[in-house]
Design a protein around this ligand. Sequence first.
Ligand code: NAG
Ligand code: NAG
Ligand code: NAG
Ligand code: NAG
Ligand code: NAG
Length: 372
Amino acid sequence: MASKTFAYVLSVVIFSFLLQLHSSAGQTVVKGVYWFPGSGFPVSGIDSTLFTHIFCAFADLNPTTYQVTISSSNSAQFSTFTQTVQQKNPSVKTLLSIGGGSSSPSTFASMASQASTRKSFIDSSIQLARSYKFHGLDLDWEYPSTSTEMNNLGLLLNEWRAAVAKEASSTRNTTLLLAAAFFYTSNYYTLNYPFQAISNSLDWVNVMAYDFYGPSWQGSMNMTGPPSALYNPRSQVSGDTGIKAWIQAGVPAKKLALGLPFYGYAWRLLDASKTGIFAPANGPAISPDGSQTYSQIRDLITQSGYIKAYNSTFVTNYCYKGLTWIGYDDTESIFTKVTYAKAKGLLGYFAWSVGADKNFTLAKNASSTWGP
Ligand SMILES: *[C@@H]1O[C@H](CO)[C@@H](O)[C@H](O)[C@H]1NC(C)=O
Ligand SMILES: *[C@@H]1O[C@H](CO)[C@@H](O)[C@H](O)[C@H]1NC(C)=O
Ligand SMILES: *[C@@H]1O[C@H](CO)[C@@H](O)[C@H](O)[C@H]1NC(C)=O
Ligand SMILES: *[C@@H]1O[C@H](CO)[C@@H](O)[C@H](O)[C@H]1NC(C)=O
Ligand SMILES: *[C@@H]1O[C@H](CO)[C@@H](O)[C@H](O)[C@H]1NC(C)=O
């Protein structure tokens, strides 16, 4: 009897120990942010105490060898990236992001279509991550756009996971983190993502819950819109519908990070007295595609007299002056979205991008709102 009890207690102890081992391998929270060289923001200027993970964007995919490469113009900054951001926060983790919105999606599709080219991608990405001293890798393929491509994405993720596990055990090094940035919702124009492979093989997903409306896109140039609304009573396009769809599809909430844009879009109004969301407009203002960083928007408010507003139904900020109207995320939107992410049990959030913030105003609000 006593020995049975002892065996039971022992097995409970061992089981909880194993559970703990397993969960300590995962991330407890992601307070992420992307940095890219074109922002002109120096890596040494990043207040890395506000983040748990920093993404260095982007490495490229060679269209003939299907190897991941770092361009010679980025090589110097990328090679000191981890060391630099760890000066202010020794525990911050860094990930090398591959691809991005201006890379060719068809190169990713070709790479993912054959075992041999997937292997080129996988082996070269691991080798680059190690030699540049990153803690992980992040796939930004925007976007797989056929069901075959979605299926191949699943094969790629499973093979990538197997390869990083094998590399870690043979080098006895910590396993590289694997993340990916995906569309705001679990299907790309009705095409489902490979949910099982995503759940099994990625540490987490960066859900790009932004760019829903823009002044230079067909369909949203004739009226102002909430570029990255959390809710949208007028349509299915919102952060909340996207997050719910990912969870409904079976990807655990604890593997999702909510995307926060540190930028907005400016429209040209048709009538200076109609300044609400969905007011008549005719295309972009201020810049060719209307995009403006949060830092630029804040300067317009404080220095040029733009009037600032917040719509809590949509969870969007906007500001306007004369015939210019800008939809963006200020502290009210960021606070509400981070509160939402925490309440939904998500892993955390990430922002694009660190250099667009105004003296870390948004990053600070997000980090304190989430808490330790
Ligand atoms: C272990 O990984 C880290 C980060 O990727 C790297 O800096 C280090 O050189 C690796 N160590 C070995 C023994 O491979
Ligand atoms: C939010 O915007 C919508 C659409 O323009 C409007 O109908 C609503 O009154 C606004 N709500 C708030 C709280 O500003
Ligand atoms: C903008 O165009 C869409 C059709 O593309 C139409 O439904 C909408 O009413 C238009 N909005 C304005 C403010 O003209
Ligand atoms: C974040 O911003 C909201 C809205 O402006 C504000 O109420 C809140 O106090 C801010 N939180 C922090 C920690 O700055
Ligand atoms: C940036 O923020 C820090 C800390 O809050 C403050 O001391 C500093 O004056 C700010 N700098 C600017 C240019 O606003």
